[in-house]
Design a protein around this ligand. Sequence first.
Ligand code: FAD
Length: 433
Amino acid sequence: KIAVFWHRRDLRLHDNAGLYRALRSGYKVLPLFIFDRKILDALENKEDKRVMFIYDAILEIKDKLNKMDSDILVEHGFAANVWKELITKYNIAEVYTNGDYEPYATERDQEITDILAKENIPFKSFKDQVIFEKKEILSGQHTPYTVFTPYSRAWKDKCNKFFLSSYPTEKYFSNFFSHTKPDIPSLKEMGFEKTDEDFPSDKVRDELLEKYEEQRNYPALPGTSRLGIHLRFGTISIRDMARKAFDTSNTWLNELIWRDFYQQILWNFPQVGKGKAFRPDYDKIKWRNNEEEFKAWCEGRTGYPLVDAGMHQINATGFMHNRIRMVTASFLTKHLLIDWRWGEAYFAEKLLDYDLAANNGGWQWAAGSGTDAAPYFRIFNPTAQAEKFDKKGEYIKKWVPELNSLNYPDPIVDHKFARERCLKAYKDALDKS
Ligand code: FAD
């Protein structure tokens, strides 16, 4: 009999909570990854770079395992079907994995748990992608926190070496199942095309983190870690990063805590991941949802240089600086009165570091409908934001080179007018409640 370890958002062998438990189970361990048809079918772009990233990460795991006379089994199909087949092919004693808090993942895991239970195979899931999950951090009233500052205080109070130490999987690498190298499905077979892509490094320099507080708000500087995609797919460990943050930058630590914060929001309030505003009253807002204007926003043709720069950056690279994510999201929801769910979906398609919990949290924050949102009457002025955070216009120049040409559009809407219109729409909706 063997144990299977199912990789999902933890594409690494080192410091991996579920893998560690599997390797110590007493059974030989077969690592598994499933290219889930349900997820792949939802991707419209057949050159989606995130699929390449996952593919590369798996090849790296495969290479490491091959050197230890083992391998990773890579399957392609609907998860439930794959599992039904696996239990007929292998003599499986136990299945190990790491928790995923998204609604689809939760439902899928329940389905797999049920399939396995029929064969008396336990499905064991561990906390790996966050420092604290689910209901580990509760307020004095034993309810989940919905405001970041007290949450982060409680998080820091609870955090100690125990939660930050790595799982020394290396000690047990001899417990991988040895078998002949199975083929892995090609990208082509799965309907995707390979593109050449330089992904951000999985390393971050201490010097960058030491200057993080000072530089993080300036989009022209390389002042943030760019580790988003690695944290998303687990090619690096959150425990390694949190220890680094404790050693270098409290501000950066806070960003990692935001990540935990939104994951626990998604777990405790799953409706936010199913298209609902965290504050239900905000679902009464009458969005204008003008399709032409949405298109202009997507393509970076709003006539507001900082907004357009951000949209050009995301379209060209799959990354957008955090400050500019806030500005563009605020502009779409407040200046154009377009439903935050449209913007959320657009970012979901484009961002390499796309993560349902963080993206939804960011969008609902910008729209004012979220957990820890600024009051709705605080509306970013994109011109003032540019003066403050891109004083020399370097970021704008880089991403909107057409700025001084005749081709650059006039502002899509006047700031003052848009501000008043937004206040009225929000007031109308919220006064009714
Ligand atoms: P750094 O500044 O170096 O931060 C380190 C890590 O901390 C990030 O990689 C990320 O994992 C985490 N982090 C930082 N800020 C936040 C935050 N506010 N909420 C949650 N986690 C955070 N982040 C995502 O990871 N995925 C998303 O899909 C996403 N969508 C966003 C949408 C909007 C509208 C907004 C306003 C923010 C969004 N963010 C998202 C948060 C933040 O903008 C990105 O995490 C950050 O810009 C990534 O760059 P970095 O890796 O250089 O981050």
